[in-house]
Write a new protein. Structure first.
Length: 354
């Protein structure tokens, strides 16, 4: 049978039936839209409201944190020029510490607000969040194991900054390196060593911190003199030199207390040691010790007090003493013809050429 015959035998669609079917489909679509438009509107308005609240809350919190940090910096700058501010406040240290804390707080606030808003939007779409949260938990655990060193460095840096263990300008001993802190970060701390080198120390590797710039320092000086010196004279000369030093600039600011003479630290047959101690400004103990030694040496020279290690005193010798009394007895080996010298003459080696 040909194609034309099949087409002729097939019933032709009636115009009225196709129109009715289209009208029915349009009516069903309109009814479905009419039934669900309120749900769509409710969901859309809910999503817009969640996003707007999250954005406004994030902006407000970030501005509040920024103003708080600026206020902290202004309070540090206000006392920077005063004498007390020079001792207790380091503007650069306060600035870096406040900026680091502000950065951490802003990041945490943004993560919490935006993360919560994203979960609420997904819930508005009737999406089951349980598998998503479970997958995120597994991914977080895997990332934590893979980047545990980075996480350790970051958390250690956060706690170091929050607890103010050290800051810019402090002299610290971190175990793996020591020097002056020039930058404090959340992951790495930069130290400048005694010879000018810069150490990059990961915060997670620091197990202990010895801060030499917090509170106060102690300057200790040992003065060793001859045991024949008068102790009261030594005490008086040292006290006068220390009192004169405490009245002059800049030592009157670096010395936070009088120089104490603790007494004799050691008494030997050829020397005795007097121990001195003074409370100083943090990090200035070494300079105070050097200046104190300098002034004590000058004072001792003026008072005629000899320090161990100088030129020893020469005893007066009697004029009638025998000048040869200190000479050793003559030896028989001094004469080449003596029996002892002849007996020690070398033996002539045999002629091995024969």
């Amino acid at each position: 049978m040909s194609l034309s015959a099949l087409l002729a035998a097939a019933p032709s669609p009636e115009p009225g039936s196709s129109f009715d079917e289209a009208a029915k489909q349009a009516g069903d679509a309109a009814g479905w839209v009419e039934e669900n438009w309120s749900t769509w509107l409710n969901t859309g308005l809910r999503i817009i409201l969640i996003a707007a609240i999250a954005i406004v809350l994030r902006i407000a919190i970030r501005r509040a944190l920024t103003k708080l940090i600026e206020r902290m910096n202004r309070s540090a700058q206000a006392v920077e020029g005063t004498a007390l501010g020079g001792l207790l406040v380091n503007a650069e240290r306060r600035r870096q510490r406040s900026e680091a804390i502000g950065s951490v707080l802003r990041s945490v606030a943004s993560f919490l607000i935006l993360g919560t808003a994203a979960l609420m939007i997904l819930g508005a779409f009737q999406i089951n969040l349980a598998p998503l949260l479970a997958s995120a938990g597994v991914a977080g655990v895997a990332l934590g194991f893979g980047a545990r060193n980075l996480v350790t460095d970051f958390l250690s840096g956060v706690f170091m900054i929050l607890e103010d263990q050290y800051g810019v300008g402090d002299t610290v001993d971190a175990g793996v390196a020591s020097g002056e802190v020039i930058e404090v970060g959340l992951r790495v701390t930069k130290l400048r060593g005694d010879h000018g080198e810069i150490w990059y120390v990961r915060n997670g590797e620091v197990k202990r911190i010895g801060n030499l710039s917090q509170g106060w320092s102690t300057a200790g000086v040992d003065v060793t003199v001859r045991p024949t010196e008068d102790l009261e004279t030594v005490r008086t000369v040292i006290a006068e030199a220390a009192a004169a030093m405490a009245k002059e600039d800049p030592w009157n600011e670096r010395l936070w207390g009088p120089v104490e003479i603790l007494g004799l630290d050691a008494v030997l047959l050829d020397s005795m040691t007097v121990r001195l101690s003074a409370k100083t400004m943090p990090g200035k103990a070494l300079g105070v010790e050097r200046e104190l030694r300098w002034r004590i040496k000058q004072a001792f020279d003026e008072a005629g007090i000899r320090i161990v290690g100088g030129v020893p005193a020469q005893a007066d010798e009697p004029s009638g003493a025998d000048p040869a009394a200190g000479m050793a007895a003559p030896s028989a080996y001094a004469s080449a013809t003596s029996p002892q010298s002849l007996a020690t003459a070398p033996i002539t080696p045999p002629n091995i050429a024969k």
